[in-house]
Structures are given as C-alpha cells and as structure tokens.
Design a protein around this ligand. Structure first.
Ligand code: F6R
Length: 580
C-alpha cells in the first residue's frame, strides 16, 4: 500500500519534541521527505523538506516550532516527486488549515478543477483535502471534515487542524490510523509505534470514521456525524513489535502485505507506449526474475520478442539494441549501479527507455524516458518480496496494453491470501527440511523464473545452498546431485506443462530425491510423486507465478527462521547495491 507515516500530538507539553520522536519511529513507512505543523497563539507554523527525519529535523530545527499541538508526516511519494513543496503538511489558501495525508485520492484532478478559488502549491493529490476543508469550513472542523470526506474517492488517513481551534481532526478510509489516549494529552499515529512510548491505550479508527481530539477528550463519529462509543484497547507491543505490526520480521510483514499491494497496483496507469520491435528487460536479482516472467507474458500475449539480461552483464555482451527497441529496467530502489549503467548504454544506443521503479524520483526513475511506479511502499526487509509482486503486476499491465488482452488480475489478491492462509502447513514442511545443506528448485514455463527466485530467497536468508533450474535441464547435469539428502522443490501447477513437470518429478523420485511440490489445490494425484505438497489455488496458467512465489517466500522465511538467521539483514547483503 502506498505508505506514509502520520503522527499527531495535543496536550500540555511542547508538541515538536514529541512529534519528532514519533515520526522517527514511523520512518519505516516512508523516508523521502518530512514535515511538521504546529499551532501556537492562533497561528500555524510549518517546516518541511526532503530527506530522512534525522537529517531534515536537525537541518530545519523542527524542535523550535512552537505550540502544544501539531502533527508530522514522513512521506513515501506517490503523486509528485519528493520535494519541499510536495512534502506534507499542506496548507489551505488562507494558511489557516493544515493537513497531512496517507493514501491516494483518486479523484483529485476532478476536485482540483472544482476548487477554482484555491491556490495550489504542490503537485500532490493530498493538497485538495486542505482546500476542500477550507471551502467547507463554517466554524466547525468536524462538520467541514465530514463534508470533505464525502467528496473523496480513494484511500486516506488524514490529520487536520484549523488555526482557530485547539483540536486535531482525523479521518480514515483504507489507510490506518490510531489515537493514543494519554493523561491530559492525546496522540495520533499511522500505527501505535508513533506513541507506544507514551501510552499503551489506543483507539483504532475504522473506515469512514472521524475523530475530534483535544488534550482531554477523544470523540469518534461515523460519517453521518453520529458519535460512536469506542473504548480504548490495550497495546501489548513494544516499539519494535509495533513497527513490524506484530510480525517477527519486516520480511514476513511484507510477504503478508502482498494481497493489499496487488489491490493497490490494479489502478496503476500504463502510459502510452509505441509497440517496439523488441524489448530488453534488464535488472538484477529478484527484479531480474520479475523481468524473466515479463518475457513469458509479453511474448505470449503480445508477440513481442523479449531479451532478458542481468544488468551486470548487459554492457559486456555488446547488446544489439537501438531505435525502435524498448529497454525496460526493473528496480525496487531505482539506484542499482549495474541497472543504471545498462540504462545509460541503452539510451546512448537510441532505445526508448521505461523504468518499473518503486522509489519515486530515484536515479533510474529520473533518467528513464518513462516511468511506471510500482505500489509496493517501502520495502525494509533486504530480501525482496512485495516489490517483486508489484513488478509483476506492472509487467502484466504492460503486456495487456500491448496485446489488448485482459488477465483477471483482480482475482489475484484473494488467491494470494489463500496461499498466505496456508502458512501453518508451509512452516510444518519447513520444519522437516531446515537442516539440509542443499536444495534444488525446478519449474517450467511461467514457473521457471519462480524456481530461480525461490532458490534465491532460500539462499539469501537461510544460507542454504539452493539452485534453480528449468525442469527440463535436470537431465543435462543437475540430476547427478539428486540423492536423499538433496531435496527438490518442484513447481508443478495444473498448467499446459503439468505432465512434463510430473515426469521430471518421477525421475527425481526414482533417484531417491525427496520432493516438495507446489501444486494446484484439488490435485490429489500429485501425492504419488511428492514427499510433501504445498497447494495453491487454481488459476490460469499465466497467473501461477503470483501464487507459487508467495508459497516459496514463506517456505524460505520459515526455514531461515528455524535456522535462527538474521532474516531482515542477511549477512553480506545490502538493500540497495550502488556499486558495480
Ligand atoms: C533479492 C534482492 C536483490 C534485488 C537486487 C535488485 O531478494 O532483493 O536481488 O532484487 O539487488 O535491486 P533493485 O530492485 O533495488 O534494483
């Protein structure tokens, strides 16, 4: 989900000190810009800038902002590059209303057109909220907020204040928001990590609810303005657990975010693109395997030849690329040195360049002719999971655009959720295998790239040696490795290559190799060939990678967890590889 962090404070203490700490605790939600607004003696004070909380907070002296109420925001850009003017808080035209927002306002362009009297200062979707509030304000912030949210399509967690009111107004739909209940002071947070150091009592807003918060009271209303009785809940998490929302690791949290990320990604718009003669998909590691799935879908759906190259080799293979070709770079960070160097070469040779990038305004995004931003939100775990899924969605949407075909991508979130729901079974299988030293992963067709990705996930977080192969390659060498101590993960859903996948499994079984099959729910005959089975829901051939990869992410995670590995920060690895 597009993420940003929101923190609010109202009480008897200086707000800025508290807000700076709170927003630092939310930095895992976004880190491209930061801002803070406080209210003192009928005047709003705002500071904001690009960069991380610690840098910006210090450089701009956030703690000098006066007042005992205010809010802060750490941004993960979706609309508008990371810049000072696009950073939150945003002010209304008169400067009397300030807001911070997390989410996406889908109809912001229409709303902007209606707000003819407003002076817009940013390129964000969020700013319309400040102007709508001003238009609707007739002396009650609560009424203005109710009228405003009526107009908004999309997702939001909002904090708002008016220069003449000693209160903070909040609203939520689809983006999280919690209110921390203190003594003579109250707090707001995108999650409880914003205030868990100060209070263990919280009210969680539900969708279409709003709240009005003063130092001594918290009132929650439904979207018709009727007051609701919501008793506070006890928070049992410490700060670290709160940031991971109770998950043991960021990686596990990110694996579980995938259904929501798929839903958020469905609204990605593919810019106009001329059908190229040839596509080059160039990326590193997991992003490269997304590109390989991209080759299968693009060639099948759109009939465009696709060459996939590891970015680190692209320059050294004398690539035959030029005008009329489309160079697609795929990168979560947008900063990977090899991918960037490959992009520069492709541009030099006259190809059109398209970046599929997660981090807004990153170098590769800036240097590509066109960018499609994925909607994975910040990925903290070093091992990439949700970014991969979001890259696949972007690639499938490009294939749809080139081919005019439609894939039922909207069915995927639910099916991925079903895979996540089988985590208990997957972790039991992990218990049987976590002590082995070597693993083979095989897949055919659309699941060949997933065999590579599954093996990469296992090796990077559990340090078990794992090799991914195209199933048909086994006979050409790797099958010599098979014995009862070297298990194989065979991805074998019921697709057009199912029978061939099964015969590869038989060859392994005949050599005493143990097999964990990833198979389609209801395929009862697979148990004859496999030692263990992970079932995924039935879907159409092209969509299985979305399901099989999640099963293998969970498998790798549980193996690594049983081996007590440092899952979020595996040894020798960095999240962003900015050297060649
Ligand atoms: C593996 C992993 C890496 C990255 C690779 C590219 O889990 O995270 O293989 O996929 O380093 O990074 P980005 O996508 O930032 O270019």
């Amino acid at each position: 989900m597009p993420m940003c962090g929101i923190a609010g404070y109202i009480g008897r203490k200086e707000a800025a000190q508290i807000l700076l700490k709170s927003i630092r605790n939310l930095e895992y939600r976004g880190y491209d810009s930061v801002g803070m607004a406080t209210l003192s003696e009928g005047e709003l004070h705002v500071k904001k800038g690009t960069g991380k909380v610690s840098e910006v907070g210090e450089k701009l002296n956030f703690t000098t902002l006066p007042g005992k109420l205010g809010f802060a925001h750490t941004r993960w850009a979706t609309h508008g590059e990371p810049s000072e003017r696009n950073a939150h808080p945003h002010l209304s035209t008169s400067g009397k209303i300030a807001i911070v927002h997390n989410g996406i306002i889908e109809n912001y362009l229409e709303l902007k057109e209606e707000l003819t009297d407003a002076s817009f200062r940013s390129e964000t979707d969020s700013e319309v909220i400040a102007h709508l509030l001003e238009k609707n304000y007739k002396g009650s912030l609560k009424d203005a907020l109710l009228k405003t949210i009526e107009k908004l399509n999309g997702t939001y967690a909002i904090c708002a204040m008016h220069a003449e009111k000693e209160e903070i107004a909040v609203a939520r739909n689809g983006s999280p928001l919690a209110i921390g209940i203190g003594e003579n002071e109250n707090f707001v947070g995108s999650d409880v990590s914003a205030f868990v150091e100060y209070t263990k009592e919280a009210i969680y807003l539900d969708d279409f609810e709003i709240g009005i918060i003063t130092p001594d009271s918290v009132k929650v209303f439904n979207n018709e303005g009727r007051e609701l009785h919501k008793p506070p809940m006890r928070i049992n998490w410490d700060l670290e657990q709160a940031q991971k929302q109770g998950y043991a690791h960021f990686m596990l949290k990110e694996i579980h975010e995938q259904p929501q990320i798929i839903r958020d990604s469905l609204s990605i718009q593919i810019p106009p693109l001329q059908k190229p003669n040839k596509i080059f998909m160039v990326a590193c590691g997991t992003a490269g395997y997304a590109g390989l799935v991209g080759k299968y879908i693009m060639e099948k759906a759109a009939g465009i030849p696709v060459e996939v190259a590891p970015a680190s080799e692209f320059r050294y293979s004398s690539p035959i690329i030029g005008e009329g070709d489309l160079f697609i770079s795929i990168s979560q960070s947008g900063e990977t040195a090899d991918t960037l160097a490959a992009l520069r070469l492709a541009k030099e040779k006259g190809a059109k360049t398209l970046g599929i990038i997660n981090v807004q305004d990153s170098t590769i995004a800036r240097e590509s002719d066109t960018v499609i931003y994925t909607r994975a939100g910040p990925e903290i775990g070093v091992a990439s999971t949700k970014a991969f899924t979001s890259q696949l969605i972007a690639l499938y949407k490009i294939a749809e655009k080139f081919s005019g075909q439609q894939y039922p991508l909207d069915s995927l979130a639910q099916k991925v959720q079903a895979v996540l729901d089988s985590e208990g079974q997957i972790s039991k299988i992990a218990e049987k295998y976590f002590k082995v030293y070597n693993f083979l992963y095989i897949g055919r067709g659309f699941n060949y790239p997933i065999a590579l990705e599954g093996a990469l996930k296992l090796k990077e977080i559990s340090y078990i040696h794992a090799e991914g192969y195209a199933s048909g390659e086994m006979k050409h060498g790797p099958i010599a490795l098979v014995c009862d101590e070297v298990p194989t993960i065979a991805i074998a859903p019921e697709d057009s290559v199912y029978k061939k996948s099964v015969s590869n499994m038989q060859e392994i079984k005949a050599r005493k190799g143990k097999i964990i099959a990833v198979a389609t729910e209801g395929d009862s005959s697979i148990v004859q060939h496999a030692t263990n089975v992970i079932y995924v829901p039935q879907t159409q051939e092209e969509l299985y990678p979305f399901l099989s990869v999640v099963a293998l992410q969970l498998f790798a995670y549980h193996v690594a967890s049983l081996r007590d590995c440092d899952i979020d920060k595996p040894r020798n690895l960095a999240k962003s590889v900015t050297v060649e």
